[in-house]
Write a protein that binds this ligand. Structure first.
Ligand SMILES: *[C@@H]1O[C@H](CO)[C@@H](O)[C@H](O)[C@H]1NC(C)=O
Ligand SMILES: *[C@@H]1O[C@H](CO)[C@@H](O)[C@H](O)[C@H]1NC(C)=O
Ligand SMILES: *[C@@H]1O[C@H](CO)[C@@H](O)[C@H](O)[C@H]1NC(C)=O
Ligand SMILES: *[C@@H]1O[C@H](CO)[C@@H](O)[C@H](O)[C@H]1NC(C)=O
Ligand SMILES: *[C@@H]1O[C@H](CO)[C@@H](O)[C@H](O)[C@H]1NC(C)=O
Ligand SMILES: *[C@@H]1O[C@H](CO)[C@@H](O)[C@H](O)[C@H]1NC(C)=O
Ligand SMILES: *[C@@H]1O[C@H](CO)[C@@H](O)[C@H](O)[C@H]1NC(C)=O
Length: 485
C-alpha cells in the first residue's frame, strides 16, 4: 500500500496543483455548493490515488437519514461532488429517511475486490445500535445495502474503521452506547473479507468516550476519541499503544486545553505518505447544533512524537498540504491588532493579559458598536482573513458528564455572530460565526473577503447576534492572508 501510494504520488506530481486548506471555513465543492459530508472518512482509491470523501448528507429539515454523500479530490482541498453513494430507501428497516445513517466509513476489501461501506445504523430513537453494511464495485457507488447487525451481539453507536498498513487488516471501532452497563469503546477485528466481525481485540472500559479513530506510526497506535457532549465540542483525548491489543496508555489531551479541540469532534484520521514526509491529518467535525446541515470541518495536521509518546493537533488558519511530498506549509499573513483599531459606540478596549497586545476590544454590542481595523493591505482578489476572538458565553466544561454550562440552570449559546463590512460597504455584510471559547481562550474564525488593492482598506466588525441580543465576540486581532495564486 505504501509503495503504491508512492508511485501514485509520482504519477500525480505533474498534474496536481495543491490548494489551501482553511479549517472552519465554509468549504465549497467545484459547483459552489457547501461540501456536505459529515462525520465520514477519506478513502484513497487503490488505482488512481484519488481521495474520496464520504459523509453524512444533511439538509435543512433533514439532518439525519439523508444517506451518504461522496466527493473526490486530487489535493484534499478541491472537491467534486458525485452525489449520494448510499441513497435512503423508503420503507427500509435500516436505511429509510427515518433511520439514522451515521459516521460512514469505506474500505477496499481485497478478498471480494469490492468497496465495503460500514456505518452506525439505527432508528430515530437510537434503540437499535447496529452496524450497517453495503457494497459496491466502484468506489463512488452506488452502494447496495446488505444488512445491519449487532457486532458480536453487542450494541454499537459512534462508528469508525481502522486499517492497519502493516498487514492490511481492518478493525471496527465503536462505542457501545450510553447505558450504564455500556460506555465502552471496542476495537474488534473484521474477518478477512470485511463482511462480518471476528473478535474483540481490545475494550476501552468505562471511559465513556465516543467518535473513535486510530492513527498509526511505525512504532505506535494512537486512538483518538471525544467525550460525550452531543453536538457540543469537548477536549478530545488519545490513548497510545505498541499493539492494538494493548496495553494502552492513559488518555491524554491532544489540543491546547479548553479550546475544545479547536471547537471540533474527532471522527477520522488520515495518513498522507508523501515522497518527503508522512503527514498525519486529524479530520474533525465542527458541529453546528443550531443548523446541523451547515456544520463545518476542522482538518489539521497532528505532530506525533513516538519517543515522548505524544500527539498534538496543530492549528493553522490557512495551510498548504502538498499531497505528493506530504509536506504541510502554513501560510503567513499580516496581523492587525485590536489595540490599534478604532472603536465606536459601546465598544471599548480593555486590559486582557492573555491577549496578544495585553488589550482586547470588547463591548461589541448592537448595531452602532464597532471595531474598525484600518490601513489594511489588500490584493484586489479574494483573500482569507482570520478573526481572533474570545467568546465568554461559555458552554461550560464540556468535557464533564452532561457538559453543563458554567452556571446553575444556565443555558449556553453556541456562538455569537458578528457583521463584517469591508471599506464601509454595507451592501455586502458578511456574517462571522464566533463560537464559544472559554474565558481567556482566543480562537480564530475565517472569512474570505475581497479588499481593494493597496494599503487603505478598512474592516469593520459589529455585533449581530448571540441568541439573546446583538453581541459580537471580543476581538484580539485579525490576520490577513495573501490571495491564492
Ligand atoms: C419516498 O417517500 C417520500 C415521502 O413520502 C416521497 O416523496 C418519495 O417520492 C418517495 N420515494 C420513492 C422512491 O418512493
Ligand atoms: C427503536 O428500536 C427500539 C428497539 O427495537 C424500540 O424499542 C424503539 O421503539 C424504536 N424506536 C422507534 C422510533 O421506532
Ligand atoms: C440480517 O441480520 C440479522 C441480524 O441482525 C439476521 O437475523 C438476518 O438473517 C440477516 N439477514 C440477511 C438477509 O442476511
Ligand atoms: C455489551 O458489552 C457490555 C460490556 O462492554 C456488556 O455489559 C453488555 O451486556 C453487552 N451488551 C450486549 C447486548 O451484549
Ligand atoms: C461612530 O460612528 C459614527 C458613524 O460612523 C460617527 O458619526 C461617530 O462619530 C462615531 N463615534 C465615535 C466615538 O467614533
Ligand atoms: C440592528 O439592526 C437590525 C437590522 O437593521 C435591526 O433589526 C435591529 O433592530 C437593530 N438592533 C439594534 C439593537 O439596534
Ligand atoms: C484612504 O481612504 C479614506 C477613506 O476611506 C480617504 O479619506 C483617504 O484619502 C484615503 N487615503 C489614501 C492615501 O488613499
Amino acid at each position: 500500500m505504501a509503495l503504491l501510494q508512492f508511485f501514485v504520488g509520482l504519477l500525480l506530481a505533474s498534474t496536481v496543483r495543491s490548494k489551501w486548506i482553511v479549517p472552519g471555513a465554509r468549504w465549497r465543492d467545484t459547483k459552489g455548493d457547501l461540501v456536505n459530508a459529515h462525520a465520514g472518512c477519506v478513502t484513497i482509491d487503490k488505482e488512481s490515488g484519488k481521495f474520496w470523501l464520504f459523509g453524512e448528507y444533511k439538509t435543512q429539515g433533514q439532518t439525519e437519514g439523508g444517506g451518504v454523500s461522496v466527493y473526490s479530490s486530487d489535493d484534499l482541498a478541491t472537491w467534486e461532488s458525485h452525489g449520494l453513494a448510499l441513497k435512503p430507501v423508503n420503507d427500509s428497516a435500516y436505511i429509510s429517511p427515518q433511520n439514522i445513517i451515521q459516521r460512514p466509513k469505506v474500505v477496499y476489501a481485497e478478498a471480494t475486490d469490492q468497496y465495503h461501506m460500514w456505518w452506525h445504523a439505527d432508528n430515530s430513537s437510537y434503540g437499535l445500535l447496529l452496524q450497517g453494511f453495503a457494497t459496491s464495485d466502484n468506489i463512488a457507488g452506488p452502494y447496495t445495502f446488505v444488512n445491519a447487525t449487532a457486532p458480536l451481539g453487542n450494541w454499537s453507536q459512534d462508528f469508525g474503521i481502522f486499517t492497519d498498513y502493516k498487514d492490511g487488516r481492518s478493525y471496527s471501532l465503536y462505542s457501545n452506547g450510553d447505558r450504564k452497563e455500556a460506555r465502552d469503546v471496542y476495537i474488534t477485528s473484521f474477518n478477512e473479507e470485511v463482511t462480518a466481525l471476528d473478535e474483540v481485540v481490545y475494550r476501552f472500559n468505562k471511559f465513556d468516550l465516543e467518535a473513535p479513530t486510530i492513527i498509526q506510526t511505525d512504532q505506535s497506535y494512537y486512538a483518538l476519541m471525544s467525550h460525550k457532549t452531543g453536538y457540543r465540542p469537548n477536549n478530545v483525548v488519545a490513548f497510545r499503544a505498541d499493539s492494538l491489543s494493548g496495553p494502552w496508555s492513559q488518555p491524554f489531551m491532544v489540543a491546547p486545553h479548553n479550546t475544545r479541540t479547536f471547537n471540533s469532534q474527532s471522527g477520522f484520521t488520515l495518513e498522507i505518505k508523501g515522497a518527503k514526509k508522512t503527514t498525519h491529518l486529524y479530520l474533525g467535525d465542527q458541529w453546528d447544533s443550531n443548523s446541523l446541515w451547515e456544520s463545518r470541518y476542522i482538518w489539521l495536521p497532528m505532530e506525533i512524537d513516538d519517543n515522548k509518546k505524544t500527539l498534538d493537533i496543530v492549528w493553522h488558519d490557512v495551510y498548504d498540504l502538498n499531497v505528493e511530498s506530504g509536506e504541510v506549509a502554513p501560510i503567513t499573513g499580516k496581523p492587525y491588532y485590536a489595540n490599534e483599531a478604532h472603536v465606536n459606540g459601546s465598544a471599548f478596549k480593555q486590559e486582557a493579559n492573555f491577549a496578544s497586545t495585553g488589550v482586547i476590544a470588547t463591548g461589541v454590542y448592537g448595531n452602532d458598536s464597532k471595531v474598525t481595523f484600518e490601513g489594511i493591505e489588500g490584493t484586489g482578489k479574494p483573500q482569507w482573513v482570520s478573526f481572533y476572538y474570545q467568546n465568554t458565553d461559555d458552554m461550560g466544561f464540556g468535557d464533564q458528564p452532561g457538559g453543563t454550562p458554567d452556571r446553575i440552570g444556565g443555558s449556553w449559546q453556541l456562538r455569537r455572530i458578528s457583521s463584517v463590512v469591508v471599506n464601509g460597504d454595507v451592501s455586502k455584510i458578511e456574517t462571522l460565526y464566533q463560537r464559544d471559547t472559554h474565558k481567556g481562550i482566543i480562537l480564530s474564525a475565517p472569512l474570505e473577503l475581497t479588499l481593494n488593492k493597496g494599503a487603505n482598506n478598512t474592516i469593520t466588525v459589529g455585533g449581530l447576534f448571540n441568541g439573546f441580543n446583538y453581541k459580537g465576540a471580543d476581538l484580539d486581532r485579525i490576520i490577513v492572508y495573501p490571495s491564492e495564486e
